[in-house]
Write a protein that binds this ligand. Structure first.
Ligand code: CS2
Length: 461
């Protein structure tokens, strides 16, 4: 039996208190993966539970039909289970109205963005979904630059926004919920590059009528596995093909810059601030920076899960230093922001033994992640005369990892990184990546001493 409307669930499963059928869709979300289902959709469910109306979510998968096929037979319903080793807490989420698959029906996605009831388009498309070249600018190979059938977020946004302008439907708030530094600013800059190339008048209209607030999003959500779905089916008595398991913690800090209405996400604990930067930087450089270090150092030492890597004393010491001495010392915190306490809380979250968060999941797409997680810390610390020995060790583990000995490297730059190894070899690969003319030269250039330190930490053989 399958989860769906009218299915009776165990009494301890919290369910939406609002009338789902009475809600219009006010949000189009691009990239309806596990993170969105366990994060923004939960806040939206909280807002509608608190009495807000017409914020149901139209989810979009850019390529795969998997989530539509999972959610459609369940009438959009799915469960989120919080797990920390105590008793699981499961909740039914009703905020998702329908799921569109952009590759199958691009016109439906454009129509959803253009619909007058839509006021917000939010995004979780991962770092690589923004089509940035290694220097951070828009990849000139993006097909959407020339118009035609939309391929990326930029093509869908451009077509949807053009239609809104022509119909007088008003602007939108576009909210990036991805782990990029200044995610709103980056979305705005990259979108403007595409619009200016295609339709300068539209670029102006968007600048005047739309906003792109930056956000800090946080919840650890392992990619759901078949074993998770089986465990949840045993708990619910029905199968939920879209079930998500997450840590209990969640946080959302949003710049208060909306083009129009918004849900009262504060009902779920979201915070609205003038400047997200210190929170976003702390999260990227401390949490995500530590995560990536755990991933590459942990995998090299044979660990599979985050809680195993952080229980390894050699790795734990390094990760603590990376957070407390290096990342926390690389920016000015907001008044009242206690980075020491934040690091302590992060170590406890990483140690959650029940989550089974795979290191391999974090290790994916490193070329897209390390600039904002490590290289910005390195650059900022250098400017302040500080050193980052732990990040240099972690960088060495990443350089070893992308060599791809004995495993596949899941990264859009995997080919180019392997080519660096092939042409430069162990002695030269660090220079090929982080030297003056290296692949990452626009983000950070290693000094001679730093290059030697990274090279000395590379695996031998
Ligand atoms: C992780 C993040 O996969 C990764 O790269 O570092 O997904 C992390 O779990 C989230 O940002 C936590 O909010």
């Amino acid at each position: 039996m399958r989860l769906g409307r009218g299915v009776v669930l165990p009494a301890d499963v919290q369910r939406p208190a609002y009338d789902r059928d009475a809600q219009e869709s006010g949000i189009v979300h691009l990239g309806i993966g596990a993170f969105h289902r366990a994060h923004q959709a939960v806040y939206t469910d909280d807002a509608m539970d608190a009495g807000d109306r017409d914020w149901a979510i139209t989810g979009v998968s850019l390529r795969s039909p998997e989530m539509r096929d999972a959610l459609a037979p369940q009438d959009g319903l799915y469960t989120v289970t919080e797990r920390d080793g105590g008793g699981d807490i499961t909740r039914l989420i009703g905020a998702v109205r329908r799921v569109l698959v952009a590759a199958e029906d691009p016109g439906a996605v454009v129509a959803a963005i253009a619909a007058p009831a839509t006021r917000i388009v939010s995004l979780t498309v991962t770092e690589k979904g923004y089509w940035r070249a290694s220097d951070g600018s828009l990849d000139p190979a993006l097909p959407d630059l020339a118009g035609g059938k939309p391929i990326s977020i930029f093509g869908f946004l451009a077509d949807g926004l053009a239609r809104r302008r022509d119909a007088g439907a008003g602007g939108l708030t576009l909210i990036s919920c991805d782990n990029l530094a200044g995610n709103g600013r980056q979305l705005e800059r990259l979108l403007q590059t595409v619009l200016t190339a295609r339709d300068p008048a539209l670029a102006e209209w968007v600048a005047e009528n739309c906003t792109c607030p930056s956000t800090m999003v946080d919840r650890i959500v392992p990619a759901p596995t078949e074993a998770d779905r089986t465990a949840i089916a045993a708990r619910l008595g029905v199968r939920d093909e879209a079930a998500v398991i997450a840590e209990p913690f969640r946080q959302w800090i949003i710049a208060d810059r909306f083009a129009g209405d918004r849900p009262r996400w504060e009902a779920g604990g979201a915070e609205f601030v003038t400047d997200v930067a210190p929170y976003e930087i702390a999260k990227l450089r401390m949490l995500n920076g530590a995560h990536s270090a755990l991933a590459y150092l942990g995998l090299a030492r044979g660990h599979v899960f985050v809680h195993e890597a952080v229980a390894d004393p050699a790795i734990a010491t390094l990760v603590e230093r990376l957070m407390r001495d290096e990342a926390a010392g690389s920016f000015v915190p907001a008044p009242g922001q206690d980075l020491g306490r934040y690091a302590t809380a992060l170590m406890a979250r990483f140690a959650n033994p029940a989550l089974n968060h795979r290191l391999a999941q974090i290790a994916m797409d490193g070329s897209q992640k390390i600039p904002q997680r490590w290289l910005e810390t390195l650059a900022a610390r250098r400017a302040a005369g500080g050193e980052c020995p732990s990040i240099l060790r972690a960088l060495a583990a990443w350089v070893d990892y992308v060599r791809g000995e004995g495993h596949t490297v899941d990264d859009p730059d995997a080919g180019a990184l392997a080519a660096c190894w092939q042409s430069a070899g162990r002695a030269g690969v660090v220079g090929a990546l982080f030297g003056e003319h290296g692949r990452f030269a626009k983000r950070w250039i290693a000094s001679d001493a730093e290059r030697e330190a990274i090279t000395a930490s590379l695996a031998t053989g």
